[in-house]
Design a protein around this ligand. Sequence first.
Ligand code: 13P
Ligand code: SF4
Length: 426
Amino acid sequence: MANKSAASAATMWPSSGPSTEQRPYKTLWLADPQLEPASCVPEEGTGAYEQLNDYGVGPIQQERIPRTYFTMPDHERDARIFALKDQLGDRLTILGHHYQRDEVIQFADFQGDSYLLSKQAAEQTGAEYTLFCGVHFMAESADILGAPHQKVILPNLEAGCSMADMARGDDVEAAWKALADLGIDGVVPITYMNSSAEIKAFCGRHGGIVCTSSNASRVYDWAFEHGDKLFFFPDEHLGRNTASRKGFTADQMVVWDPFLPLGGNTEAQVRNASVFLWKGYCSVHARFSVEQIEKARAEHPDVQVIVHPECRIEVVEAADMDGSTEHIIDVIRAAPSGTTWAVGTEINLVRRLQTQMPDKTIFCLDPVICPCSTMYRIHPAYMLWALEHLIEGRVVNQIKVDPDIAADASVALDRMLDVSRQPQVV
Ligand code: 13P
Ligand code: SF4
């Protein structure tokens, strides 16, 4: 199987997806022959499989690595990774997103949510190599924000993000053109960090900006200083939750379905809208429900419910509070001993919080929730494989964004970093 590691995401995804019959590949999210199967696959329950098929999303293929990397005892694999990390010293930084499993996080020099990891990539430009234990869009952002001499490595190329895949460049361009054809201007595009470099570049080119769940509110303020409408990609829910916080009502927002003329809206709806929400969602956070919150409250009367803003609006409204991954961690850490927390976010993080704070009761809102199955594709076996090549001077799985795309995307990313650095007016 060919290693396509040097290609940018923009060149790896097909620009116009083949029809279901023509499609020569298996859907990325279903197959990983080298790993023991995860106990369940969260996308299945939400319809993301079918939707990704509709979007024509193809796999970034990971080179098959020797089976021995998986079959060797964990302690041996871990010791080898630590030894290589020592050997590489300051030349290597390992970044880990909070949703990574503990077996991976143990090696991370720096752990954070999407915002903190992007900030880290922009500021820590000393190391020659960044081993990015997260998903593809994060590694792309690290490549764009890092110094030119730095090489970003994603241990398993199949660690993508189903939400990011729901907004494709040509579909976004078509939506933009549809608005222009109606003479609608003054629209500022915002893309959530969880999107391809191509969509970030689109925003950079059109006076737009990137946001993460940590700074979406401030980015909305910025957008409305620069235009009178905004188009939010690709997470309908974060877009709606943020707009709702800003006082927009449901009839001022329209959902844009890229498969329908005018996104599935009437011309009048499009003309009247202030906020356009791309029809995309996170297959992990879309699983949380109001029923789960009611059950948690019935079973634990003193529970406090905190959820990620990628959850649906009725879930965010039913919860006691919501916030980015980093915010969730900070709130629970600061809470008094003996408090009880039901958390609506990815299970690896929730389990880590449970372990770190045994004096509090912390549980996941969804009792059967699985890890983010794409984050889960980062496994120590791939880390060892990548580091062993690195020590021999061969960079595998480098994520290198096309320079033209990177230049436009960095405009939108830098705008976000600037907005976030400004003092917050409360
Ligand atoms: P944050 O890291 O911004 O909280 O986003 C969560 C997420 O879904 C990352 O993929
Ligand atoms: Fe994508 Fe959701 Fe997984 Fe984050 S948690 S990588 S948004 S699928």
